[in-house]
Design a protein around this ligand. Structure first.
Ligand code: PXP
Length: 241
């Protein structure tokens, strides 16, 4: 079965809107695990706009599945990850003014710096994936810098209206290439209950990371049901193949 990593950043976004202590992303993570999540993902951003360092510490203590820390590949963040010891880390590009992670990492253009950050974390037993657009040169560069895997950015597929089939074909080609190069293949960004099936059906992809749509559904029906519904979809995508 394809793994579901539930990103609980936006539970913290709601909390930070009031700068108080509810809703708690740790409580949300534990409910997600109870409902079948295979991992919990959080993005500790440079501006700390949602997840705080204390959240990561508490998640590290309490998450029983696995903890995936999304982060910029900066010296400050690498030092924090060395301290937090998540199971997995995913390097993402980060610009303060963006609403969410808007594009993939330019691995090709920053090979030296990324290779060093990958080596530091993997030397501590943390598996590193690189969040890349579905592009051949970026996938090849990810292999070259020694990453354990890639997380293919599905944003263009999710946003496409007219050229959805072409964008899906790009994801398929990237997933096949990454697997052929020996990289573990994840995917994420913009996936929801309506668009996830064609991505979840790809046999090369072993993990999806989904945040906004699950948290949005959880507001209406509760976290456990929102996660269970997504797990059901993922199960059906593999059964009908
Ligand atoms: N994967 C990565 C690397 C991301 O940066 C994000 C957004 O934080 C996600 C997955 C989840 O995207 P969404 O919230 O659109 O499901």
């Amino acid at each position: 079965m394809i793994r579901l990593g539930v990103n609980v950043d936006h539970v913290a976004t709601l909390r930070e809107a009031r700068r108080i202590d509810i809703p708690d992303p740790v409580e949300a993570a534990l409910l997600a695990e109870k409902a079948g999540a295979d991992g919990i993902t959080v993005h500790l951003r440079e501006d700390r706009r949602h997840i705080q360092e204390r959240d990561v510490e508490l998640l590290r203590e309490q998450v029983r599945t696995k903890l995936n820390l999304e982060m910029a590949a900066t010296d400050e963040m690498v030092r924090l990850a060395e301290r937090f010891r998540p199971d997995d880390a995913c390097f993402v590009p980060e610009r303060r003014e963006e609403l969410t992670t808007e594009g993939g990492l330019n691995v090709l253009g920053h090979r030296g710096r990324i290779r060093e950050a990958v080596e530091r974390l993997q030397g501590k037993g943390i598996r590193v994936s690189l969040f890349t657009n579905p592009e051949t040169d970026q996938i090849e560069a990810s292999r070259e810098v020694g990453a354990h895997g890639v997380e293919i950015h599905t944003g263009r597929y999710c946003d496409a209206t007219r050229d959805k089939a072409r964008e899906l074909a790009e994801v398929v080609a990237a997933a096949c290439l990454a697997e052929r190069l020996g990289l573990e293949v994840h995917a994420g960004h913009g996936l929801n209950y309506h668009n996830v099936l064609p991505i979840a059906a790809l046999p090369e992809i072993v993990e999806l990371n989904i945040g906004h749509s699950i948290v949005a559904r959880a507001v209406m029906v509760g976290m456990e049901r929102a996660v269970r519904e997504m797990k059901e979809l993922l199960r059906s995508s593999r059964e009908t193949r």
